[in-house]
Design a binder for this molecule. Sequence first.
Ligand SMILES: *Cc1c(COP(=O)(O)O)cnc(C)c1O
Length: 233
Amino acid sequence: MSISDNLCHIRGRITAAALAAGRDPSEIRLVAVSKTQAAAAVSEAARAGQGLFGENYVQEFTAKAAHVTEPVEWHFIGSLQSNKVRQLVGLVTLIHSVDRLSLAQEISRQWGKAGKSCDILLEVNIAGETSKGGTTAEALLSLTREVATLPHLRIRGLMTMPPFYDDPDAARPYFRRLRELAGVIGTSKIPGVAMTELSMGMSGDFEAAIEEGATLVRVGTALFGRREHPPIS
Ligand SMILES: *Cc1c(COP(=O)(O)O)cnc(C)c1O
């Protein structure tokens, strides 16, 4: 199957999952996760109509972006070190993986220097897995309040990566929990905070995520095929 065929198939599944859940399919955006894939694969997907891509590794991403000539939009979805934030300014329109105040401060500082504001999501580690990034559900509200005070950043919603991301049924309670957390924050009416985006669902479980309210699904393998190389960090 070509990238174009895969894209068509995934789009069909997104639409079907949205309709089955009584949702408007246009509420859901596909983030094509292109980590470890060549620039040529991104270009191929772009020519097939995919406009939004997600990347995980700053160095790999910036090198690749320089080789993609199609007008695509990039999101950063991977764990992010503060000393690399500077390289993302002007390249990404949304950072999904903000999980601590110090990182948010650096994003605000760097975007501010460029005279811009950055849209971000707060990443929540709902299961509390030590191997993964994300703030805990318990700390989320206070982190949201702190991050909301930063001048050059806008909180647009939440992101999560559940522990069982290849098993839709096992992942579903985590998706539901993320939506509930967004609801709690939304009703807290924190100035400057909008809970309009829920980034959840990957190749193995994006339909369940859509049924639970996802607005951004992050799909890599189902679109590009298996990743040949282990992630470079
Ligand atoms: C790699 C990755 C994905 C995509 O995973 P697939 O199972 O290949 O669809 C989604 N989100 C994040 C944060 C990732 O690192």
